[in-house]
Write a protein that binds this ligand. Structure first.
Ligand SMILES: *Cc1c(COP(=O)(O)O)cnc(C)c1O
Ligand code: SF4
Length: 341
């Protein structure tokens, strides 16, 4: 695998008083008319929903800049634009499709699979994805980062079967690096923890998050670290994102990607192959391709399992085995994700 050359001065040096990624989030687009104006689109023509929503629009300008102006079917736009169609009820599409609320082992600690726990570190994200299975999650009472992580750390310390801690959310990199360092210091005192994983969309959406402070923290951790990104389309990965992914690898992280199979966005062999090739060129391994979790408001994104299997079968004929993602779905109550192809 050949990584793209990194610019000599990557990452930009940021002082704690002027973190570029926090500025990027502050300046993000938070209204439907504003996003449509940036792209030169008409609300009626795209079925946009400009009402105040419980799960409002959030799109950093760095991400919007990768959308094609004037294209209502742009695959990046469709991931983030609220549509009136989201209000339609569809049988089988529910608020908590994967049964997470029933599986909390402690505050913000999800223990569904043997050997690993998933920390709902924070509810905040760099972007709001309309298909998100946690779009209705009652984050307020369930965050692992509260009380300086103490209740979550106590839950992990009490169970020696836990070998791996997965930081998730929301998006754990929405927390500042000092908060993450508090957690890693706490985990370092728990001998049975052997691996750390970070599930994040920040490096894709707002690559300025991958700054010197984050890389120094990552590089100094005592465990093997895996960063699992979330990109659904090759066009999400521009040169700045590519440089950030290179910097994560240079800091010693294993970098994987998970995608969601989304109707009208990435449900063709060509689009999936382009994504996997782009990731492979950057030394990132496609890990999972998830079937949509049936969350209320997202039925229009669903792609059935048969079509998913056909796409992955064709990918296998075109790509090296390590660049073909596992097609998976989450079946509530099982001990692992269910791999379909
Ligand atoms: C998806 C998930 C994991 C991670 O599963 P892997 O197959 O190890 O990637 C862990 N815990 C929960 C609750 C999950 O939903
Ligand atoms: S970044 Fe992840 S957790 Fe956040 S809205 Fe998107 S899919 Fe959901």
């Amino acid at each position: 695998m050949i990584a793209e050359p990194m610019p000599a001065e990557w990452p930009p040096i940021s002082r704690p008083s002027a973190r570029a990624w926090q500025q990027g989030l502050r300046e993000a687009i938070r209204s439907v008319p504003e996003l449509l104006a940036v792209l030169g689109l008409d609300a009626e023509a795209v079925d946009a929903d400009a009402a105040d929503l419980a799960f409002p629009i959030l799109v950093p300008r760095a991400f919007a800049a990768r959308m094609r102006p004037g294209d209502p079917r742009d695959p990046l736009l469709r991931q983030v634009l609220p549509l009136r169609r989201e209000r339609e009820a569809t049988p089988g599409f529910v608020a908590d499709p994967v049964g997470d609320l029933a599986r909390l082992a402690g505050p913000g600690v999800l223990h569904k699979y043997p050997g690993r726990v998933l920390l709902i570190a924070t509810g905040a994200c760099a972007v709001h994805c309309r298909y998100c299975f946690r779009r209705h999650f009652p984050y307020a009472g369930e965050l692992a980062a509260r009380e300086r992580w103490a209740p979550a750390l106590a839950t992990i310390a009490a169970d020696p079967s836990i070998r791996e801690v997965i930081l998730s959310g929301g998006d754990p990199l929405s927390l500042g690096t000092p908060r993450l360092a508090e957690l890693s210091e706490g985990l370092a005192a728990i001998p049975h923890v052997r691996r750390l994983r970070i599930h994040t969309r920040w490096p894709i959406v707002l690559p300025a998050r991958v700054d010197r402070e984050l890389l120094d923290w990552l590089g100094a951790l005592r465990w093997p670290v895996t960063v699992v990104l979330h990109a659904n389309h090759a066009r999400e990965i521009d040169d700045e994102v590519a440089a950030a992914l290179g910097a994560l690898r240079a800091a010693g992280a294993t970098v994987l990607n998970q995608a969601v199979l989304l109707a009208g966005i990435n449900d063709t062999v060509e689009v999936q192959a382009a994504l996997c090739e782009r990731l492979g060129d950057l030394g990132v391994v496609p890990y999972y391709l998830h079937l949509l979790d049936p969350v209320e408001g997202a039925a229009h994104f669903a792609v059935d399992a048969r079509r998913g299997r056909a796409i992955v079968g064709r990918l296998r004929e075109r790509l090296p085995g390590y660049l073909v993602p596992r097609l998976a779905r989450e079946v509530p109550g099982r001990q692992s994700k269910t791999v379909l192809a």
